[in-house]
Design a protein around this ligand. Structure first.
Ligand SMILES: Cc1cc2nc3c(=O)[nH]c(=O)nc-3n(C[C@H](O)[C@H](O)[C@H](O)COP(=O)(O)O)c2cc1C
Length: 161
């Protein structure tokens, strides 16, 4: 079953440098159907959904380690194998010396119209990933961006509007 986020809800989590969960808010636990004890210290891929292309997470990690923020539409899987879509912003948290000490993500309800574009795009990326690998899958995305003459951020932010 697909669970929908409410309009005013936001889901928050923090991780250490390796993506292990160090904090979640209550809405996170409610949506993911896990208790705090089941989440703390676990890799964030505990809620990874198999419909998500690997290329999206590769781009995510390559970007946040550079201290650049990422916007992404992500499908997550709950403990009871339900799923929910989010519009996520993910950033690095730095100390006063500018060193990364962890990562932080806030998610909101995605624009349903955006998912009409994202779902077939991810499906195509996943197919390409299975036959030709992650780089070829990422190229599906970059080819679309080149065709539209826009950046990844411009695409994602425009879809959410
Ligand atoms: C702050 C932060 C939040 C993340 N949130 C999610 C998330 O909600 N869902 C998800 O599948 N992966 C999330 N990830 C990415 C995971 O760390 C992981 O790369 C992804 O689930 C893919 O798993 P895999 O690398 O084992 O294939 C997040 C990473 C960070 C640093």
């Amino acid at each position: 079953m697909t669970i929908e986020m409410k309009e005013d809800d936001f889901i928050v989590s923090k991780t250490d440098l390796k993506g292990r969960i160090t904090y979640t808010n209550h809405i996170f636990m409610e949506m993911a159907e896990y208790t705090e004890a089941e989440l703390l210290g676990k890799p964030h891929n505990i809620i990874r959904h198999e419909d998500m292309p690997k290329a999206v997470f590769k781009y995510l990690w390559e970007t946040i380690v550079k201290k650049e923020e990422v916007f992404a539409f992500v499908k997550n899987k709950t403990k009871n194998s339900n799923d929910y879509w989010v519009y996520a912003n993910i950033t690095a948290s730095c100390n006063l010396h500018g060193n990364i000490i962890g990562y932080y993500s806030v998610r909101r309800r995605p624009n349903p119209e955006a998912l009409e574009t994202i779902i077939p795009l991810y499906k195509r990326m996943l197919e390409v990933e299975k036959s030709d690998g992650v780089d070829a899958s990422f190229k599906v995305l970059t080819d679309i961006l080149a065709e539209k003459g826009i950046s990844y951020d411009e695409l994602i932010i425009s879809l959410q509007k």
